[in-house]
Design a protein around this ligand. Structure first.
Ligand code: 13P
Ligand code: SF4
Length: 341
């Protein structure tokens, strides 16, 4: 499969498939054995199934995982998250083999922001610099000035000259949140949204809170303003985890992808976590359909087949590298290593 954003080399006809996996195989031990044999490291996002988080060498938010991908001395990175995250690993570590469990694990924000219209948008605002959320393709990164993540965006904006006009893409809810937090009222926003965070209901969260009056609401800034308004804490996935660890409260309503609750339960086993509901009162909406494509079976196959494998042309990689390096330079420096699995 080839596209202008880069190339995903799919498994060839001789590769093992799901049907070839012996159902009695102990997948966890086989994955660990393959990682040792191939000097591979597994990086996983907090939105992965608990069993994947438990198996990973490192679990983190987008910024943590980028840093880990840049620093590892492994020969192979198995990235269990979504494809743009693995693409970042390949941009930062071009000599490593970077494989993903499922090449179809995209992101609605990335889909909303194609390179051609993004380029035209930039050209229509020649005085603006472009701060682009990491949830985008390599081609869009290559057209951007600085990449940001939800844990670094506010800090980076606050360190830009006050009179510097800014374009922010592709998440309009994160962009609107950053406008409110930084006072950059004239920041121009791309209209993308996350399919997961858009579905929470402020009304249902308020109803849940009225039944659990001591519960604190923690939300990701990809949520719409109505959700942010009813929240006690707003931050990135790692920010939310730190808030919960440090808070003296014992019940939390979690307005982000529900698989992060696995990490919360590990960090704070005596606390109670309630997944924030959508408008029908259920919490099924809080599952990322792209992240959910990854399974232990597909991780095993990706290690065996060394595919699906990310490749990028050197021109695209170096163009996308510059704004990513700007992010790593400008982002707040990490506290002591945390969140290790
Ligand atoms: P974090 O940077 O907070 O991990 O967010 C990534 C993401 O895709 C949220 O939907
Ligand atoms: Fe993209 Fe939303 Fe899934 Fe994050 S949760 S990967 S922003 S679709």
């Amino acid at each position: 499969m080839t596209d202008p954003n880069g190339t995903v080399i799919l498994p060839d006809a001789s590769a093992k498939t799901l049907q070839d996996i012996d159902p009695t195989l102990d997948l966890e031990s086989e994955i660990k054995r393959l990682c040792a044999e191939k000097n591979a490291i597994i990086l996983a996002h907090y939105y992965q199934e608990g069993e994947i988080q438990d198996l990973a060498d490192y679990v983190g938010d987008s910024l943590d995982l980028s840093r880990k991908a840049a620093a590892t001395d492994a020969d192979m990175i198995l990235f269990s998250g979504v494809t743009f995250m693995a693409e970042v690993a390949k941009i930062l570590s071009p000599d490593k083999i970077v494989v993903v469990p499922d090449a179809e694990a995209g992101c609605s924000l990335e889909d909303s922001c194609q390179a051609e219209p993004f380029k035209a948008w930039r050209e229509a605002h020649p005085d603006h610099i472009s701060l682009t959320y990491i949830n985008c393709s390599a081609a869009v990164k290559a057209l951007s000035d600085v990449i940001v993540t939800s844990s670094s965006a506010e800090y980076i904006i606050n360190n830009l000259p006050k009179d510097q006009p800014i374009l922010f893409a592709p998440d309009r809810h994160l962009g609107a949140y950053l406008k409110r937090k930084t006072g950059r009222d004239d920041m121009v926003l791309w209209p993308g949204t996350c399919v997961v965070h858009e579905q929470f209901s402020a009304r249902e969260i308020t109803r849940l809170k009225s039944r659990n009056p001591k519960a604190l609401v923690a939300a990701h800034p990809e949520c719409p303003e109505t959700i942010v308004e009813v929240s006690d804490y707003v931050g990135s996935t790692s920010g939310i985890l730190n808030f919960i660890k440090e808070s003296s409260a014992d019940t939390f309503i979690v307005a982000t992808e529900q698989h992060i609750i696995h990490q919360m339960q590990k960090d704070a086993p005596n606390k109670t976590f309630l997944a924030a509901p959508g408008s029908d009162g259920s919490c099924n909406c809080a599952s990322c359909p792209y992240m959910a494509l990854n399974t232990l079976e597909k991780i095993y196959l990706a290690l065996v087949n060394e595919a699906p494998r990310l490749e990028l042309s050197e021109d695209l990689r170096t163009a996308a590298l510059k704004p990513l390096e700007n992010m790593l330079d400008l982002a707040p420096k990490p506290k002591a290593a945390q969140n290790a699995a």
